[in-house]
Design a protein. Sequence first.
Length: 338
Amino acid sequence: MRILGIETSCDETSSAVVDDGAVLSNIISSQVLHNLYGGVVPEIASRIHTQIISRVVQEALEQSLTKINEIEGIAVTYQPGLIGSLVVGTNFAKGLAIRFGIPLIPIDHIEGHIYSGFLEGEKLDFPFVTLVVSGGHTTLYFVKSVIEYEVIGATRDDAAGEAFDKIAKMLGLGYPGGPLIDKLSKEGDPARYRFPRGLLKSDDFDFSFSGLKTSVRYFLQKEFKGRNLTDKELRDICASAQNAIVEVLVSKSIKALNRFSCKALVIAGGVSANSLLRKKLKEEADKNNFCVIIPKMNYCMDNAAMIAYLGEWKLKLSTSGQFYNYMFRANATPIRSR
Ligand code: KG4
Ligand code: ZN
C-alpha cells in the first residue's frame, strides 16, 4: 500500500512516501530560524509550516515518483506537539484527503517514534523496549505488538534533550545544546566533576534531570563567579554533565530490558544522536547479549517516514471505512495517556 505521511508537530516540516514498509522518500525541512532565539518559538514554527508544507509534500511525491492519485492512505501526526504546528499538518492532510477521497489516518507522534526501529527493514521481534529521548520526551515503552504498548517510565520533570539544551545555555553555548555539548565532551574529562544522577537507584523506570540542571547552575555560580571558564574547564563540565545524563539513560534502559525479558532495545528521538549514549549502549549490548537498534538520524529525529510507516500498518489492520472520518482534532497533549 502506498502511503503519504505528513509530520508537523514541532519545528520539522516533513513528508514521506512509504510502500509496503519501504521508505521511498522522506523529506525533512528543519526550521533553523529558531536557533536565533535559543529555542523553538511556536508562532514562528506554525508560520513556517504554512509557508513550506505544500512544497515539502510535493517533493516527497516527486522523489518517490508517485502521483497523488496513486496514494492509498494519508497518515498525519495529530498529537502531541505544538498546537499551531499540528493544525497546519492536520488541516493540509484533511484538504488532500477530502479532495482526492483518500483514507486519512491520524497518528500519535510518539507512537511513530516507538515503531521507528522497523524503518530500515530491521528484523525485530516483539516484545521489545523503546526509549524515546528528545527535547520534549524521555520515556520508556514496553512494546508488545503493533498496537499494544505501555509506558513503563518517563521523566518527572525535564526531558534529557532539554537538560542538554539548558546546560548548554548556562555555559553560553548555542541552541540546540545537545550536539555542542557532545562535541566539546570529546576532549573533556567526564570524571572531573560529579553531577547528580537523578533517580538512578530508584526502583522504577522514571527519570529526573532537573536536579542535574540546578546542580550545574549552582556549581557555575559558586566555582566560577566573576571569571570566565577556561577551555579545559568548559570541556570537562560538558563531559561530566553528559556522562551523568547518559549513565541514567543506559542504566534504566537495561533495567527495563531485564525486568520485561526483552532482547531488543530501540532508541529514538534527537538525543539518540549522542555519541556517548550510542557507544555505551553498544558496549552494554555486547556484554549483556541484547541488540540495540538506533535508526539512522533521519528516522530518529522528527520525520514523516515513521508516521507513514505506522499509518500503513494501521490501515491494513483497520475495519472498512474507519479512516474516512475526517473530523478528528489536533491535540497539544494526548487526551488519553497510556
Ligand atoms: O527529536 P528532536 O529532534 O526534537 C524534539 O525534541 O522534538 O530532539 C531535539 C533534541 C534537542 O534537545 C537536542 O539538543 C538534542 O535532541 N540532541 C542531542 C544531540 N543531538 C540532538 N543531545 C545530545 N547529543 C546530541 N548529539
Ligand atoms: Zn519527536
